[in-house]
Design a protein around this ligand. Structure first.
Ligand SMILES: [Zn+2]
Length: 79
């Protein structure tokens, strides 16, 4: 987990300063409600692991699933 401001409880990324709620803009809708697991997972795969880390899709999907399984928002999600 990165140091600094509050981290998103869904993806663990630090949130924009002044943002309210538990989830970052990538994990929630305009009202701050958490998106579905599939949506959050897809965004994490494409933006983070493929986009930033340059992973292949299959590898990125596994990495994203592992990352989400450790987050408070997805504890107990049987995936
Ligand atoms: Zn997030």
């Amino acid at each position: 987990m990165l140091m600094g401001g509050p981290a998103c409880e869904s993806c663990g990324r630090p949130m924009a300063v002044g943002r309210s709620g538990k989830y970052c803009e990538h994990c929630s809708d305009a009202k701050g409600a958490l998106l579905s697991y599939d949506e959050v997972h897809r965004r994490l795969v494409e933006r983070e692991f493929m986009g930033r880390n340059g992973m292949q899709r299959e590898q990125a999907e596994v990495a994203a699933r592992n990352a989400l399984s450790r987050m408070p928002a997805w504890q107990g999600a049987a995936r």
